[in-house]
Design a protein around this ligand. Structure first.
Ligand SMILES: Cc1cc2nc3c(=O)[nH]c(=O)nc-3n(C[C@H](O)[C@H](O)[C@H](O)COP(=O)(O)OP(=O)(O)OC[C@H]3O[C@@H](n4cnc5c(N)ncnc54)[C@H](O)[C@@H]3O)c2cc1C
Length: 401
């Protein structure tokens, strides 16, 4: 049988990269993922292996030491990795978004300084928009930067930084009224700062504290933190792109590719859930036959596989659109929305197929069941995706009365 979620039209290089990553996932991630997740342990050995494979530099141009691959290649690798363990794809995701933002919007000096280190995985990226009082409504950000000579002084509290502790470079979005008079639209008075710091917790740079890991229901292993800025001084040459007031657009650009990425994670987790469900259904017997022989279970498997295929096709479509240089916000929003919803549904069906054993920590599906909900929230909730999709549809289908 052909596996689900095949991608046609890949180059030999793409196929080779994917085969290598899949092999790594099968041998190095799947066998240890559940145990590490239950211990909430950072997968250092896996991260070192991915560094060696060049995954941290996958989309960074070759001139900066990366592999210069497309968003599609990247997303397909993320799908494979998430199939093994979603948290590992989270470790790469924020790094990838920051590298992408630097590539697209950084000054030449910023690219020359950061990208080679990021490609090698020496510098590791996190990005920070959310605050305790806001996530969806980015325009309501209250953290602030005030100019003081050749520096900016940053104050405020950030929330939900994936890789907040382990990263050494955080792209932080704050309000910067300098040069932007009172009453300027919120999205025009925001700036992204490139904040370097030591890894770890506590005061990781004067004026910058990472208090500790947030205790989460799933998505464990990867650290998610708060970030507190109290008189944090950042030189003016660490404003992303060199000009203030462009942060909102830069972050939205980053989040747009991030959405393809989250869609890819949904595809990977759903694929693994299907694999677990279809395997268990052939081993468990009730009423004298494997449960896979009951039509109700076969229908579940059919629905699950159809969802896996549909989500994969939409994710690939969104990635290819971006790679072709076209605007892809509609496709990325649709792919993220559908893949995350389907992922949750496929995981739930696989859980039901496992009966009572799905509730036992001995079975992998228990972990997936706690991981899938994160995809409904990260990089914009379902409601936010539908807002983006709806607005774009009204632009495309404007009533010509
Ligand atoms: C594990 C994890 C990791 C994360 N990592 C990061 C990270 O690395 N960097 C970062 O910046 N953020 C990160 N986030 C934050 C994430 O992006 C936000 O949680 C998300 O955007 C939702 O924001 P919120 O939690 O403030 O919910 P809210 O914005 O308060 O929304 C609450 C509910 O209201 C709905 N809602 C909001 N506005 C509307 C509207 N206009 N119409 C209809 N419904 C609406 C939402 O869909 C949601 O259901 C992470 C979150 C989690 C849980």
């Amino acid at each position: 049988m052909a596996r689900l979620a095949q991608t046609h039209g890949l180059t030999d290089v793409q196929q080779e990269i994917l085969a290598t990553v899949r092999d790594f996932v099968d041998k190095e991630i799947i066998p240890v993922a559940t145990e590490l997740e239950h211990r909430d342990e950072y997968p250092q050995q896996i991260v070192d292996g991915l560094k060696e494979l060049g995954v941290f530099g996958l989309m960074i141009p070759e001139e900066y030491g990366g592999l210069g691959e497309s968003l599609l290649t990247y997303a397909l690798c993320v799908e494979e990795i998430a199939r093994g363990w979603m948290s590992v794809s989270g470790i790469i995701n924020t790094h990838f978004i920051v590298a992408y933002m630097l590539k697209q919007h950084g000054t030449q000096e910023q690219k020359d300084y950061f990208l080679p280190r990021m490609a090698a995985g020496e510098t590791r990226g996190a990005f920070s928009m959310s605050e305790p009082a806001l996530g969806s409504d980015v325009s309501a950000i209250t953290s602030k930067a005030v100019k003081d000579g050749d520096e900016y002084v940053l104050n405020g509290q950030k929330m939900w930084l994936t890789n907040g502790g382990t990263s050494t470079l955080v792209a932080v979005l704050v309000r910067s009224d300098e040069g932007h008079p009172e009453g300027t639209a919120p999205h025009k008075s925001m700036t992204t700062f490139l904040v370097e710091k030591e890894p770890g917790f506590g005061e990781v740079r004067p004026g910058l504290t990472i208090p500790g890991k947030i205790d989460k229901m799933g998505y464990k292993g990867v650290d998610t933190t708060e970030l507190i800025m109290d008189g944090l001084r950042i030189p003016a040459n660490r404003v992303l792109g060199g000009t203030t007031g462009r942060g909102f657009y830069q972050m939205m650009d980053g989040v747009e590719v991030g959405r393809v990425n989250v869609a890819a994670r949904g595809c990977g987790v759903a694929q693994r859930a299907f694999e677990l469900g279809v395997s268990y259904a052939q081993q468990r017997h009730t009423f004298g036959k494997p449960i896979a022989q009951h039509q109700a279970i076969q229908f579940k498997l059919a629905e699950m596989a159809t969802k896996v295929e549909a989500a994969h096709a939409m994710m690939v479509n969104a990635a290819r659109k971006k790679d072709s240089g076209e605007r892809n916000d509609l496709e990325a929003g649709m792919a993220k929305y559908l893949a995350s919803e389907y992922c949750k549904e496929v995981v739930e069906d696989a859980f039901r197929i496992h009966g009572g054993y799905g509730f036992s920590k001995e079975y992998e599906i228990e972990r997936l069941y706690r991981e899938a909900p994160m995809l409904l929230i990260g990089e914009g909730t379902a409601e936010i995706q539908k807002m983006i999709i709806g607005r774009r549809l009204l632009e495309e289908y404007r009533f010509q009365g």
